[in-house]
Design a protein around this ligand. Sequence first.
Ligand code: SF4
Length: 335
Amino acid sequence: MKPMHGNGGAAAPARPAPFQPVAEQAQVEAYSSEIRQLARERNAIILAHNYQLPEVQDVADFVGDSLGLSLEAQKSGAERIIFCGVHFMAEAAKILNPEKRVFLPHIAAGCSLADSISPESLEDWMERYPHHTVMTYINSSAEVKALSYICCTSANAVSVARSLPSDKILFTPDRNLGQWVAHQVPEKEFAIYDGVCPTHDVLRGANVKKTRDEHPDCVIIAHPECRQDVLELADEICSTAAMLEKVALYPETKTFLVATENGIVHQMRKRYPDKEFILADGCIGCRLHCPYMKVTDLSHVLRALEEEVFEINVPGDVADGARQALERMMAVPRD
Ligand code: SF4
């Protein structure tokens, strides 16, 4: 069979037919079984974010949010981590597991939010707010983390802010998450950087209201990267992992409007097959779609195992600084 990717002239191993964007079930099964076998042979763990393609989620050993994936990477005894997510997540896994080899299956899996803040722009804000403690969302580069006192995820941001001894916080880089945290922690003063996740920021309250009007008995679950006008309409505001738990709190509710990237709906439907999950913009895959999360398909996961690409490494001094910020976060007990 003709391989999809070059392998430097070595004899091509037999593998399933080239992967198509809309995968046939037989092809998914062929790729998945080869991936699972290679992962065993190479002592690799496959981690997938909740926003990945459904078939990538299904082939993974663990599916979760940024915090869950970081914790899983730390406790795994595997020699290799295949990180099906975006670059900053694989970087965080490497920083927390320097002895393991970490691979990102697709080199173009970046993040607009992480790219919205550079070390130079953070230093500029730090000069403007010299008495503020820098608290940085995990959706950021290793260099930016290394300049920060502490990291947070959407799952623990409120607990992290409350835990800080300082009453002045410079929150970076997500403006919407920062404003939501500031609202939960009114006893502290926040300066908030002006980055956003375009996948979440594009959603407007008016779209959510329109969709809700079509499903008047629904429960709205939103990610805190959404704008304030969306969050004001939400019944639950939480990380993707917590969204899966929150559904169980509404046994009488049939329909849920989901205000986050569409990949989470796959896990929701698996866990709650009797419920109905609708994207909050009423348009599956149109706006609530992260192009970076969706570049990785099963052929890339297979190639990562076979060809050991793309290995993520972080320079020692940067990794040390970023690790401190991440470990401070992980030491904070959840409220
Ligand atoms: Fe980055 Fe937003 Fe995509 Fe997450 S959904 S990877 S924050 S662009």
